[in-house]
Design a protein. Structure first.
Length: 390
């Protein structure tokens, strides 16, 4: 098989890039290790920054997002017995975010690839990258009993934190930066009405909580738990009871509970791999960087990678201009580290840390007090939350 761009990973990043390039006449093949049903069964974040929503529209995949997505112009932070609202629209110069489930977004991208007869290979096992340091890379994979070789001009590694792409970069070239947090998020998806029309981030002595939503009939809730906990340790009743303890009384009183559709625990980590390019291989999304979900930057950081790669590839194939490819890693990492800083700051401010000093807790209090007393601090939060410019 021969293509211009071989994309490893059939999640939203890989599919979005494939769709955008297809519209520009650039041929792609997407290789995904899991089945399509498995990919669509993954429950992920659903807060899309302005830039991501624009990319979906440019890819001609934004119609359902615009019809069914929830436009949010702010969110709440509950702390010290009070609820303060962050007015994103006011402090970001008129921007907002779109709440639209990643599962639905991925479904839209798959359907668009189907309509255009895009090549997406599922159950691609034993994927290996070859000769990526040079200008004639190729990728091999196994499909059942068949071994397949894909010759290409470029390889895009959009196969997540545990994928093969980043691991294909020599150790002497790759530098990795990581911070692990001493807790995870226990998340529950339920077919219940959201407790609030806008997200609520709650900071309490018992730990962090988040009230989110996927639609007006589908809610997503999280509570901070120790890393030693397992999802099966928590019954639905225990989860709802603990969530109510962490919410302001007036919010807890109107919380609608019900059976969980999905329940899982995600550990929190900050991670960056540099560089994001090695020869003909370009990393994107979770393959190169991970953020705690506190600031809703994960999928949105991947979107900026895709934006840069898309324009770099168009420059190469249409205009013979390789400046975008040559500058990709530095440009992507500059924005990645800003997202890292913001997610780290939100995480540090809103969570309870085991064995934290009284000094640390006072600084958390001061951080929140300063945030809601300073228009400059509020503008900084708002512009980062809605998404910095690409």
């Amino acid at each position: 098989m021969k293509t211009q761009v071989c994309i490893i990973g059939g999640g939203p990043s890989g599919l979005l890039l494939s769709q955008l390039l297809h519209l520009q006449g650039i041929d792609t093949v997407v290789l995904e290790r899991q089945s399509r049903d498995y990919v669509l069964g993954r429950i992920r974040a659903g807060v899309l920054e302005h830039g991501f929503a624009e990319l979906m529209r440019e890819a001609r995949c934004g119609e359902r997002m615009d019809r069914e997505g929830e436009i949010h112009e702010g969110f709440f932070i509950a702390h010290d017995g009070r609820m303060d609202r962050v007015d994103l629209h006011k402090y970001s110069g008129g921007s907002s975010v779109v709440v639209y489930g990643q599962t639905e977004l991925t479904r839209d991208l798959y359907e668009a690839r189907d309509r255009m007869q895009g090549m997406v290979v599922h159950d691609a096992q034993d994927v290996k990258l070859h000769d990526i340091a040079g200008s004639s890379p190729w990728v091999s994979y196994r499909k059942g009993d068949e071994l397949v070789r894909v010759d290409c001009d470029f390889v895009i590694g959009a196969d997540g934190f545990h994928g093969v792409s980043r691991k294909s970069i020599p150790r002497g070239v790759l530098r990795e930066y990581e911070k692990l947090y001493p807790f995870g998020w226990l998340g529950v998806l339920s077919r219940t009405r959201p407790v609030s029309p806008e997200l609520i981030y709650a900071r309490t002595e018992r730990g962090f909580a988040l009230c989110s939503l996927r639609s007006q009939v589908l809610s997503r809730y999280y509570i901070q738990v120790p890393l030693s906990d397992k999802a099966e340790d928590w019954s639905d009743e225990a989860f709802w009871a603990e969530l109510q303890r962490r919410l302001p009384p007036e919010v807890a009183a109107r919380l609608e509970t019900g059976p969980s559709i999905e329940k899982s625990i995600a550990p929190l980590r900050s991670f960056v791999a540099e560089p994001m390019r090695h020869g003909s291989l370009f990393l994107a999304g979770d393959a190169a960087h991970i953020v705690p979900p506190t600031g809703a930057r994960g999928l949105n950081s991947a979107a900026s990678d895709i934006h840069y790669l898309y324009h770099a590839m168009v420059g190469h194939y249409r205009d013979g201009d390789d400046r975008g490819l040559e500058g990709y890693s530095a440009k992507a990492l500059a924005r990645v580290w800003k997202a890292q800083r913001f997610s780290w700051w939100m995480t540090m401010m809103l969570h309870s840390f085991p064995d934290s000093l009284a000094y640390d807790r006072k600084l958390q209090d001061t951080d929140l007090a300063y945030l809601f007393s300073s228009e400059a601090a509020m503008r900084s939060l708002a512009e980062n939350y809605v998404g910095l410019p690409f």
